[in-house]
Design a protein around this ligand. Sequence first.
Ligand code: ADP
Ligand code: MG
Length: 258
Amino acid sequence: MSPGEPLLEIQGLVKAFGDRRPGTPVLDGLDLEAAAGEFVALIGPSGCGKSTIFNLLAGLIQADAGSLLLEGRAVPHLRGRLAYMQQKDLLLPWRRTLDNAILGLETQGVPKAEARRRARGLLDVFGLSGFEDRWPDELSGGMRQRVALMRTMLCQKEILLLDEPFGALDAMTRAQMQEWLLKVWARFRPTVLLVTHDVEEALVLADRIYVLTSRPARVKEVVRVTDPRPRAMTRPDLVRRKADLLRLLADEITPVAA
Ligand SMILES: Nc1ncnc2c1ncn2[C@@H]1O[C@H](COP(=O)(O)OP(=O)(O)O)[C@@H](O)[C@H]1O
Ligand SMILES: [Mg+2]
């Protein structure tokens, strides 16, 4: 890959479902790119097609049109190169922390003993030392999310898809998780695509933010954030950008007068 070339390019992606709104595509010509090691956030109205983008990238569903390029080469999907934390990435209630964390590795065929060894090595980074033998219902919400993230990270893929990973957490826990995610990102430096409905989260974490339109999702605006991390939301330029982003989103969710 030559320098400056994006790791991942989505060009003219189209997807319609045969659902209650037949003919209304969910995606209708979506373009998006990400450089190697870049942290990209996607924000857009609920139901606009964000999870659908991830499902297409992961090869769980097929696009109707458009292309996907990885290092400049057309590929049908990114399976094998990405780890995907789905919006509802639940832990298995009958598995303890460590064995929930190794699910992805097991799926890849890594023997259990070896998978557990690798997972133990990361417990500290994920703030789960001492909790490896707990059942999911003995963990806090933040801890459960960290186990799910650890499972995703353990797959050691270069591209991470995180679909609203902190959406269900309280503000305090969410801030801690964001800080912690940045640490993990700095250490492993994967390319991250993060879906969030939280404008501040996008501003605090991402190098670039794609603002998507309501269904069908198109790129409304791309915002680059170059402030050094960690970023405090009290910085005047971030406060201004937050207002700008909220205005862009409000445009998209204002109901059209009949
Ligand atoms: N498998 C599916 N079958 C039919 N409709 C779907 C399917 N997946 C998503 N949709 C529809 O596509 C639209 C976008 O969904 P989704 O990508 O989950 O939105 P978001 O993640 O942005 O909230 C919604 O209207 C949803 O109902
Ligand atoms: Mg979604």
